[in-house]
Ligand binder design. Structure first.
Ligand code: PLP
Length: 307
């Protein structure tokens, strides 16, 4: 089964879906040194398509490459332009965009530095990552037995391919047990984030989220929600919290480009609040979707129109 996409941008040119292939000796395939992004493009009120926070995503992609010492043969402007072209060549409307930087084949071993660095950009329609029902009613989460990597093992500013094995193990563990998403604790036992989302807790009218600089990916959706929440007068506290603080939350939601703003209705078999998405979660979820779809006119700087 293939993803619904026609043309893939690969090292500066468009190739057909079937031709966007790599050799089995591709270095990244063996050791996981690579960088990637997940970006969404939304159909706007006026029918045009716009990519949400493109500049911030490509900045993070290139910072991941800098952290992992991969020399990318394209600059930020070239990659941003390629992202927009990848959407327009494949159609219009809602898309998920996946820029990927990886090390090619030639030299093997951990010390290999001579392999070419490749860039691919793929766009395909991808609905609600945690399901439409999850988006509406909330998901059931479980705390995984796998800890988030220590900050001196994982490079938390980076979206590095190999680091995602940690997330996959957590996700598989809780899915096998019948839950939708894994929440991970850091190596000291404090709440870190979900397998592919940041976490927000609402208690007594205040919003809490794990601070940047801890073992979380500093999500662009997290930053968006922090901005939207503060603009609406909500008090937001960035601090570490324990797993039992989750159990006594009034509301919980998760944020991520793929998962967007997904309410959490249950954690470790404990009902959260009323068991339904709470008023602050719903208000911020609506604010988020209105913003990404250009309905409010707020933050036009976050939207790059696909011409
Ligand atoms: C581990 C992890 N945390 C958080 C996020 C959310 O980040 P963003 O909002 O930038 O998509 C993601 C998704 O990229 C992720 O993989």
């Amino acid at each position: 089964m293939g993803l619904e996409t026609d043309k893939i941008w690969f090292d500066g040119e468009f190739v057909d879906y079937a031709d966007a292939t790599v050799h089995v000796l591709t270095h990244t395939l063996h050791y996981g040194l690579g960088a990637f992004e997940g970006i969404r493009c939304y159909r706007q009120q006026d029918g045009r398509s716009a990519v949400f926070r493109l500049g911030e995503h490509i900045r993070r992609l290139l910072e991941t490459c800098h952290i992992t010492t991969m020399d990318v043969p394209f600059d930020r402007q070239e990659i941003e332009k390629a992202c927009l072209e990848t959407i327009s060549i494949n159609g219009s409307g809602d898309f998920y965009l996946r820029p990927l930087v990886f090390m090619g084949h030639g030299e093997m071993g951990l010390g290999a530095t001579s392999n070419d660095v490749h860039v691919a950009i793929i766009a395909w329609p991808w609905g609600a990552y945690l399901g439409d029902e999850g988006l509406q009613r909330g998901i059931r989460a479980k705390i995984s037995s796998f800890s988030r990597h220590h900050v001196n093992s994982a490079m938390v500013k980076g979206k590095i391919n190999g680091q995602y094995v940690n997330s996959i193990l957590a996700k598989r563990e809780v899915m096998t047990a019948g839950y939708d998403e894994a929440i991970m604790l850091d190596t000291e036992g404090y709440v870190s984030e979900a397998s592919g989302e940041n976490i927000f807790i609402v208690r007594d009218g205040k919003i809490y989220t794990t601070p940047e600089g801890s073992s979380i990916l500093s999500g662009i959706t997290r930053d968006t929600l922090l901005t939207l929440a503060r603009e609406r007068g909500y008090e937001v506290v960035e601090q570490r919290f324990t797993r039992d603080f989750i159990y006594v939350a009034d509301e919980i939601f998760m944020t991520g480009t793929a998962a967007e703003v997904t309410p959490v209705r249950e954690v470790d078999d404990r009902t959260i609040g009323t068991g339904e998405p709470g008023p602050m979660t719903k208000a911020l979820q609506n604010a988020y979707f209105d913003t990404v779809k250009g309905k409010t006119g707020d933050h036009p700087e976050w939207l790059t129109i696909v011409e």
